[in-house]
Design a protein around this ligand. Structure first.
Ligand SMILES: [Zn+2]
Length: 263
């Protein structure tokens, strides 16, 4: 049986710095204290976090029970300190960034990204802008793919090889278009484990503000019940998006999150 990787998706990792945290969405933020505990849980299992890029390149060296990869979407300024914690433990990760927001308030700068790349960080594309691709004509989708890839190549000296679509939203045939634009694959927001060799669409587990250490440990142990629950919840959210469209989905999601934070 082929091995499967657990790919985790993070956003901001706030440290109570008002400028660095200014673009963070609280629902998607994992505090530095929690993040370090999660890293230590990975290390305690004899593993070190890897990037999807490195795992794909070294596909044949995967060992049981399968590797753990860390990815960060949006390029939040707080990812700088988070990456240093990963590097301290001998690990690496992918940073999916939007060239149009780099260097603006709350986001990483190109200088920081070059420093992190020198430490082994994999700098990848989250689109030129943070726009939903399924609301866009095909020429716009193509521009998001190629412009961001070129910007990253110019600034980092190495083109992006993976693409994570903003909010996980993909138009039909998107993976095919991403590959035509030069990407090896897409890191989506579909929940599941990454089967070795299946690089077209790589599923991820979102680590959120509400993800407890106990839940995180169950994912690391690959306990089927906790994985099935996450899969079912993601399916409900996905069908909601399909039924309501982007604007409607955002409204309902915000209402649900407000209700959740009250309870
Ligand atoms: Zn995003």
């Amino acid at each position: 049986m082929s091995l499967r990787a657990l790919v985790l998706m993070y956003h901001a990792v706030p440290t109570d710095d008002p400028v660095a945290d200014s673009a963070a969405d609280p629902h998607y933020s994992v505090s530095m204290t929690r993040f370090v505990a999660q890293l230590d849980a990975i290390v305690a299992r004899g593993q070190r976090p890897r990037s999807v890029r490195d795992l794909q390149a070294s596909g044949t060296s995967w060992r049981a029970p399968g590797p753990v990869a860390l990815t960060f979407d949006d390029g939040h300024a707080s990812n700088y300190a988070a990456y240093l914690e990963i590097a301290k433990r001998g690990g690496s990760a992918d940073l999916f960034v939007n060239p149009s927001t780099i260097g603006t308030r709350g986001f990483l700068t190109w200088t920081q990204l070059r420093e992190l790349a020198a430490l082994g960080a994999s700098i990848q594309s989250h689109g030129q802008h943070h726009d939903f691709l399924d609301d866009m004509p095909p020429a716009g989708v193509w521009a998001e793919l190629v412009d961001s890839r070129q910007c990253i190549a110019d600034e980092i000296g190495r083109p992006a090889t993976f693409f994570a679509p903003p909010n996980g939203r993909m138009p039909d045939g998107f993976v095919h278009r991403a590959k035509a634009a030069g990407y090896s694959g897409v890191c989506s927001s579909r929940v599941g484990l990454w089967d070795q060799g299946e690089d077209d669409e790589i599923p991820r587990f979102a680590v959120l503000a509400g993800t407890s250490q106990a839940q995180f440990d169950r994912w690391l142990r690959r306990e089927p019940i906790s994985m099935n629950y996450s899969l079912a919840r993601a399916a409900v959210l996905r069908s909601g998006k399909r039924l309501l469209g982007n604007a409607g989905y955002q409204r309902v999601r915000n209402t649900l999150l407000r209700a959740q934070s009250r309870s």
